[in-house]
Design a binder for this molecule. Structure first.
Ligand SMILES: Cc1cc2nc3c(=O)[nH]c(=O)nc-3n(C[C@H](O)[C@H](O)[C@H](O)COP(=O)(O)OP(=O)(O)OC[C@H]3O[C@@H](n4cnc5c(N)ncnc54)[C@H](O)[C@@H]3O)c2cc1C
Length: 385
């Protein structure tokens, strides 16, 4: 599957912007576990983070394939889109299920860079992957909801104004369907921080600005409910396909970065009087990583094209994310091996990217759960959980 030529200027523009944020910029932030404010501001100013916002709301009105190309190029340039990718993948839920009034209230300000929609609160400490057993509740009282509970791994909550939050509005045993009773809210954290909302950072092996968040009688106006009460799981699921495609594209970008680094180093590094890349034992793993990346890229493009055409893409989005995450991790491992000892030295950026790309076989959905999805929904095997 080839890509249409109109994406070439977007790719070029992203690469040009990323050139201003070289390895040293990311290394310094990585050491301090600091947020890449300048990078995110530059992407916002250039309009890339508003790619999916329709033109009538001040965005660029681009489609999923363009958004995927933007995220891929960020990673392929050695930068880290994890600092801001949520604004892209939460957008589908707001666009498809938000009211006209909500879109008019929030989207133009997001497009102008005055409001950040970077936090997505789904995972909880006790439910993990089993989203339907989440315990955070939202109880309606007059014109607002009171939210109580806890989320974990709510990335970028400290660097976002808005959070898309999934909470239970009907007790599980009273819900009409297995997936019913959950609702989605657009929480304005500027109004709730310190007033029922507490955010605590979690330090991780890579620089990811992730947090745990606690809700204690946090008031959210009923106007901030997205779509219909009780239908939230369905809305989040449709958004998750976008998330998988975009993360898949990021993994392709990572894999391209590792492969380019390894091929270039293997051509230059001379040991035993010849370039190490002249040895098949060094060149074959690079070639294998390239083949794996190209195959995964095809699936990411197919999933993005289906999403863009409004077609069902659940299995393609899952397979794309799976293949791409495996390809980027394989390329990362190969790159360290190719560099030998230098692969571990901070100044080459490989160990940093290695840690960063490791995430994607676990989040936003772990490999086992993708395999379970394919086994059940594509192969017709019994549900295993
Ligand atoms: C850095 C980071 C950032 C994140 N950002 C966000 C975010 O912004 N918002 C958000 O909501 N979440 C976020 N997450 C959460 C992420 O989506 C989850 O970590 C991921 O979905 C896995 O859930 P879990 O950690 O609870 O693992 P668990 O569900 O506890 O699973 C642990 C292991 O058991 C396996 N397993 C569980 N059940 C089964 C089964 N039935 N069959 C086979 N294997 C099974 C899983 O595959 C996994 O390998 C983030 C996580 C990390 C680490």
């Amino acid at each position: 599957m080839t890509e249409s030529g109109d994406l070439a200027p977007i790719r070029e523009a992203v690469r040009a912007l990323c050139a201003d944020f070289p390895g040293e910029y990311w290394r310094e932030l990585d050491r301090e576990r600091a947020y890449p404010e300048k990078f995110v501001a530059a992407l916002t100013q250039a309009g890339f983070l508003a790619a999916l916002i329709p033109e009538e709301y001040g965005g660029s009105g681009l489609a999923m394939t363009a958004a995927a190309a933007i995220m891929e190029e960020i990673q392929a340039s050695g930068c880290n889109g994890a600092a801001c990718h949520a604004q892209m993948y939460t957008m589908g839920t707001v666009l498809r299920h938000g009211s006209a009034e909500q879109k008019a209230r929030y989207l133009p300000a997001i497009a102008r860079g005055e409001l950040r929609l970077q936090a997505f609160g789904v995972t909880e400490p006790t439910s993990g992957t089993d989203t339907l057993s989440l315990r955070t509740t939202a109880t309606r009282e007059d014109d607002h909801y009171l939210i109580n509970g806890q989320k974990i791994w709510t990335s970028r909550a400290e660097h976002s104004d808005l959070m898309l939050l999934l909470a239970r509005t009907t007790p599980r045993e009273q819900a009409k369907t297995r997936t019913g009773g959950l609702s989605v809210f657009l929480v304005d954290m500027r109004e709730t921080k310190g007033k029922g909302l507490t955010i605590r950072p979690i330090r991780t092996m890579m620089n990811h600005a992730t947090t745990e968040v606690f809700f204690e009688n946090m008031r959210v106006p009923a106007d901030n409910l997205i779509g219909r009460e009780g239908d939230g799981f369905r809305y989040i699921l449709s958004g998750m396909n976008a998330e998988r495609i975009l993360i898949g594209a990021e993994c392709i970008g990572d894999a391209k970065w590792f492969i380019q680094k390894a091929a270039s180093y293997a051509g230059e590094r001379v040991v035993f009087g010849r370039p190490i890349g002249q040895n098949q034992g060094v060149q074959f793993p690079i070639a294998r990583a390239y083949i794996g990346m190209r195959a995964a890229e095809l699936m990411v493009r197919e999933a993005a094209a289906l999403y863009e055409a409004g077609k069902d893409c659940g299995s393609e989005a899952n397979m794309a994310k799976h293949l791409a995450a495996e390809a980027s991790w394989a390329a990362a491992d190969m790159c360290v091996q190719t560099y030998g000892g230098f692969g571990f030295a901070e100044e080459f950026d490989i160990e940093r990217k290695f840690r960063e790309t490791r995430l994607y076989t676990v989040a936003p959905i772990s490999t086992n759960l993708i395999l379970s999805y394919i086994a059940e929904h594509v192969l017709g095997l019994p549900r295993s959980y």
